[in-house]
Design a protein. Structure first.
Length: 137
């Protein structure tokens, strides 16, 4: 049996009122009149690979607390959080609307968005692991 070197980062915790996604309204419910607009904006984000990749990177740079809380928690759906966070960061789309938009994408669009999110998460893990190691050396 071959062992794979897995990154073992420590999970980061911080009270929710410090989370940038919470402060930006990601977990609020939209007004009914705005729901369709938000769903269309989320679809635009998740199907435009360049926009999605660049916005994911912006989320990591600008939402350091939320990113650390969510991306160090391997028990949550980190790809989903990154997609929801990107939509909220760029267009203030509530996460419920991003989940609805996700269901409207075809499987190829979902796979492409997941690949991008996975790439960004892997990059985050490598950077986080390096920072964590430097703290203790």
């Amino acid at each position: 049996m071959r062992w794979v070197n897995k990154i073992s980062m420590k999970q980061f915790y911080k009270e929710y009122n410090y989370w940038e996604d919470y402060i930006n309204g990601m977990y609020e419910f939209p007004k009914q009149k705005d729901e369709e607009k938000y769903i269309l904006l989320a679809i635009e984000m998740l199907t435009n690979n360049e926009l999605f990749l660049n916005t994911c990177k912006e989320v990591l740079i600008n939402w350091t607390i939320s990113s650390r809380v969510n991306l160090t928690n391997k028990q949550c759906n980190r790809k989903a959080w990154l997609g929801q966070a990107s939509c909220n960061f760029k267009y203030k789309v509530p996460e419920i609307c991003t989940r609805i938009a996700w269901g409207k994408l075809n499987i190829n669009q979902q796979n492409e968005a997941n690949k991008i999110a996975e790439q960004v998460i892997n990059s985050f893990e490598l950077k986080y692991e390096k920072q964590d190691t430097e703290l203790y050396n």
